[in-house]
Design a protein around this ligand. Structure first.
Ligand code: ZN
Length: 70
């Protein structure tokens, strides 16, 4: 199976390749932090991540993909 974002082979049991999987884990961890200090939904959070200029390219690609799929 291929990573839905870049088409590389998936990493072990994950939904993404190794790079996008680590970006995804990063994204989820950061969301847990954000939730502690503000009331924000997953989708709102993803939008903010995408709009943030400091977001890394891999993280942004994962955020766009997650926002698209639901
Ligand atoms: Zn990928």
């Amino acid at each position: 199976m291929k990573c839905p974002i870049c088409g590389l082979n998936k990493y072990e049991e994950s939904d993404y390749c190794e790079n996008h999987q680590s970006a995804y884990l990063n994204l989820k961890e950061r969301y847990d932090d954000w939730k502690k200090s503000m009331n924000i939904s997953w989708r709102e959070y993803l939008k903010k991540i995408i709009e943030n200029e400091n977001t890394g390219e891999w993280v942004r690609e994962v955020a766009i993909q997650l926002l698209d799929e639901n």
